[in-house]
Design a protein. Structure first.
Length: 512
């Protein structure tokens, strides 16, 4: 972390250090990491040998301080991701690990924020072995964690680190309990299945959601038989956790007058690339259209809803806040109102501190300082920047090289970017090495931009001011308040003077 404005000249100094250390390390033959594999890890690696997906080893490190997490491999942590390193194992390395129980790993293929050889200080460190779950009879990936080591790394060390991967294969994720009063929905989608074109198994061809029914839904003497529906779109928090929180509140007698007694539908917006924002995009398919034309009609038949737009409300936070606003505009005959809490990516001309339409470089401010991305505000004129844009990209690429890290920029480019035909992966809106903006790709992003959409269709401005409410904090940790302000200005310019209103956006002072 660093204080705002403190990283001037840091890139130059870092380049010098890399050059200096490369001369030193050139005479070192010792690989930086020796891994010992426990029996469970060796067995899992043996089963994975038939998989097309190569196993990966990640090393997570956190400074050895009291306030940091006990288990580094549970990261990366938003405000303190810590040094992270990745190795992709070859078939020969997998065979060696299975046979000998040890493996010497050279320089990490990708590192955050700098190579392991340049890291010094006192750390808690933990290895994670990432395997293709299909080879182990699981969906998705399976992670085996090693034990936690306390390391004291000297700047001029010449010996390698030795760490152990001795964790066991974790049990499958537990589903909903019978007493949780939550319905889990998994509904095949013809539209999304058609979008898959039989090419990619990771493209989910189904809708996923959790339904929480109000206390009076099953009561014969309830004052109503049909119920309005609140559609909740989560952000970074898992949909099932939102559903559990809502169920707990909804069924507390003392909360009956405080939380709306309605059917709550918590939509699951996650894909292997992260949040899909419920937009119709190249990579994710027609998510907005499929929701409105498939899932909602099905829910209206399955449950005793009020099948009318006036009885359907949207509520979203962070990425889900952007989704709620988009769905409100996309489907005026389906949804009547939307509340967006700290909505993300509402204006690509103010994507945090980055203006994709005008800035020449995503990493550098006009004064050549690093462009901040994640902060903690201490006062009106002082903030701690935990991550800059280059840090975020570096972390994405360290965790996964195929765009499936689930981190900010992998998520954004999957939702809003165009797709490379040969690799079927989303393009970067800028050069990930240098940060230089790619104007052609930005044109594609702008075609999905909410603020640009308002400029092109001014009639939509009134729809938002009348039927949407946005809440954001002036100290937002990801600078999302800057995007909200830009959207507000865009809408004010699109409206006639007597149609303008200020109460549809609430900016909470000193809130993050």
């Amino acid at each position: 972390m660093y204080f705002k404005g403190q990283r001037t000249m840091m890139s130059t100094l870092f380049s010098f250090l890399v050059l200096l250390c490369s001369g030193i390390s050139s005479v070192q033959d010792e690989p930086p990491l020796k891994v010992r594999f426990g029996q469970q890890a060796r067995s899992a690696l043996m089963q994975s040998e038939s998989s097309e997906a190569s196993p990966r080893i990640l090393l997570f490190m956190l400074e050895n301080r009291l306030q940091n997490a006990d288990f580094p491999a549970e990261g990366p942590f938003r405000l303190n991701p810590g040094p992270t390193f990745a190795w992709q194992l070859t078939r020969e390395q997998v065979g060696e690990a299975v046979r000998d129980g040890t493996l010497m790993l050279g320089t990490a293929e990708s590192s955050f924020p700098k190579p392991l050889e340049l890291v010094s200080g006192r750390y808690r460190a933990q290895l994670a072995l990432i395997l293709d779950g299909a080879a182990l009879g699981r969906s998705g990936e399976v992670t085996l964690n090693g034990e936690v080591f306390e390391l004291e790394l000297e700047p001029d060390r010449t010996d390698s680190l030795t760490m152990t991967l001795n964790g066991s294969i974790p049990p499958p994720a537990s589903g909903l309990g019978s007493n949780e009063r939550i319905d889990e929905i998994s509904l095949p989608s013809p539209l999304l299945t058609e979008d898959r074109e039989g090419e990619d198994d990771w493209k989910a061809g189904e809708h996923k959601a959790f339904v929480v029914l109000p206390e009076g839904y099953e009561q014969l003497n309830a004052p109503r038989r049909r119920w309005p529906v609140i559609y909740m779109v989560p952000g970074s928090k898992a949909a099932i956790e939102h559903a559990r929180s809502i169920a707990k509140l909804l069924h507390e007698p003392i909360m009956e007058d405080l939380i709306p007694q309605a059917i709550w539908v918590v939509l699951d917006p996650k894909s292997v690339f992260g949040h899909h924002f419920f937009i119709d995009s190249e990579l994710h398919g027609r998510r907005s259209k499929a929701l409105a034309e498939e899932l909602i009609p099905w829910l209206d038949v399955r449950y005793r809803t009020v099948p009318d737009s006036n009885a359907r409300l949207l509520l979203g936070e962070e990425q889900g806040g952007r989704a709620a606003l988009t769905l409100l505009l996309d489907h005026p005959k389906v949804f009547s109102k939307a509340w967006a809490l700290s909505p993300d990516a509402v204006a690509f001309e103010a994507l945090g501190c980055l203006d994709l339409a005008r800035d020449e470089n995503a990493y550098a401010e006009p004064d050549d300082s690093q462009r901040p991305a994640m902060r903690t505000v201490l006062s009106d004129d002082r903030e701690i920047v935990h991550l800059d844009v280059e840090d975020e990209v570096m972390l994405c690429r360290t965790l996964r090289s195929n765009g499936m890290s689930g981190q900010t920029w992998d998520e954004l480019r999957a939702a809003f970017g165009s797709v490379q035909v040969t690799k079927n992966l989303p393009r970067w809106p800028f050069d990930p090495e240098t940060g230089r903006i790619r104007p052609t790709e930005i044109m594609h992003w702008m075609s999905l931009d909410l603020a640009a959409r308002i400029r092109d269709q001014p009639r939509l401005a009134r729809r938002l001011t009348e039927d949407a409410r946005i809440f954001t904090g002036t100290y937002d940790e990801r600078y999302r308040n800057l995007g909200v302000r830009f959207l507000q200005t865009t809408i004010e310019l699109a409206l006639e003077e007597n149609d303008r209103t200020e109460d549809w956006i609430v900016e909470i002072e000193r809130a993050d």
